[in-house]
Design a protein around this ligand. Structure first.
Ligand SMILES: NC(=O)c1ccc[n+]([C@@H]2O[C@H](COP(=O)([O-])OP(=O)(O)OC[C@H]3O[C@@H](n4cnc5c(N)ncnc54)[C@H](OP(=O)(O)O)[C@@H]3O)[C@@H](O)[C@H]2O)c1
Length: 340
């Protein structure tokens, strides 16, 4: 089968940073589906993983954690899917990724692809949807079915225009919250307004002053989706007493939890791979993806795809990695088939 991988951790401008390769097609066992991949998306985890490390790998590494495709074979324990089903998923950090013509993935972390979406549109959604959903509804404990109660509560989403933020602003709005989101450029500010933000703040300027200008002293929830170290002092200042904070980006320096002591505020991490990494609660990811597919099909949540590159090969994937590495993506970039 065709695949895209690397053996050296090179800058994306180097043609050898991602290369076309040929691998044996895998065989599914147990709960695995064998999926014929039709489109993939690129996330910061792809570029970070590709660049991290030294030396030359003995075998090419295939990464990629966002795909849509068709089930072509199933393992003996599979119950939720059949051959021919169209599926979408983010996958497992420990296993070979979606940048391959065929991929094995555990059915429990897979969703039925949203019917009304094209392959490129569906591939844009899984990883960011799982991250935003788990952060809001599992780690911040916001209720999905109490819009009247949530209407009295506010959330600040730092980095509202990136892949995760574009889903999180929509889900927070759908849950009924007052949504404040950050974006620094006219086009990204317009994007977050169009995706559910009631107020837009600029993360390149001090945030507490802008929060006050928007009519808030504190917010009930803060979801940090970028540069945690940089934003931490402001987060501690803006969260209300007994408020909840969740973050998805690891800090490079120590963060001072003591800043939350007097406010008794709660801090939680979200890592989209935790469940598959430690092997618990896998079915919840399949359920989230099915729920998101229904919201996308109904038009309640908009697809966040902004850029499609074809065909599926190393040259296209290098373009997509370069865009994500810029750090200024609005929404999502997808590389779509056919495989070439
Ligand atoms: N823990 C998890 O499970 C998980 C899952 C997904 C992603 N992540 C991590 O979360 C981060 C965001 O992911 P993503 O896919 O949403 O990224 P992304 O799409 O690449 O985010 C791009 C956006 O980041 C904004 N940005 C840049 N610098 C910023 C700053 N200092 N403060 C606030 N926003 C800033 C940019 O806005 P402007 O250009 O307007 O400044 C841009 O629109 C990445 O670090 C990623 O690795 C973690």
């Amino acid at each position: 089968m065709k695949a895209i991988g690397y053996t050296q951790h090179l800058p994306i401008s180097d043609p050898r940073s991602l290369v076309d390769i040929t691998l044996a097609k895998p065989t599914p066992t147990g709960h695995d589906l064998l999926v014929n991949v039709k489109a993939v998306s690129v996330n910061p985890v792809d570029t970070g993983t590709r660049r991290a490390g030294h030396g030359t790998l003995a075998q090419p590494k295939v990464i990629g954690w966002d795909a849509v495709g068709t089930v072509t074979q199933v393992g003996s324990a599979v119950t939720r899917f059949h051959v021919g089903d169209r599926v979408y998923y983010a996958g497992n950090y420990k296993r070979p990724g979606s940048d391959a013509e065929y991929q094995l993935v555990d059915e429990r972390i897979v969703g039925h692809a949203p019917k009304q979406l094209t392959d490129a549109e569906a591939a844009a959604m899984p990883l960011t949807s799982l991250t935003a959903w788990e952060a809001l509804f599992e780690k911040l404990h916001i209720a999905t079915d109490q819009p009247d109660q949530n209407a009295n509560h506010s959330i600040l989403i730092i980095n509202g225009s990136g892949g995760v933020g574009s889903v999180a602003t929509q889900l927070a709005h759908w849950a009924g919250l007052q949504v404040l989101a950050t974006a620094s450029r006219p086009e990204s500010q317009q994007w977050v307004r169009a995706h559910g933000a009631d107020h837009v703040l600029n993360h390149r300027q001090p945030l507490p002053a802008q929060l006050h200008q928007a009519g808030y002293r504190y917010v009930d929830y803060i979801l940090n989706l970028s540069h945690l170290d940089e934003h931490w002092p402001e987060i501690a200042e803006m969260i209300r007493p007994d408020g909840w904070i969740a973050a998805i980006t690891e800090n490079r320096r120590g963060i001072d939890l003591q800043k939350l002591t007097k406010k008794r505020a709660t801090f939680a991490w979200e890592w989209m791979y935790s469940k598959s990494w430690y092997g618990y609660d896998l079915d919840s990811q399949g359920a989230i993806l099915d729920r998101m597919a229904a919201l996308l099909a109904a038009g309640t949540i908009q697809c966040t795809l902004t850029k499609t590159i074809t065909p599926l090969n190393a040259a296209s994937l290098r373009q997509a990695h370069a865009l994500v590495e810029s750090g200024h993506m609005i929404g999502k970039v997808v590389v779509s088939g056919p495989w070439a």
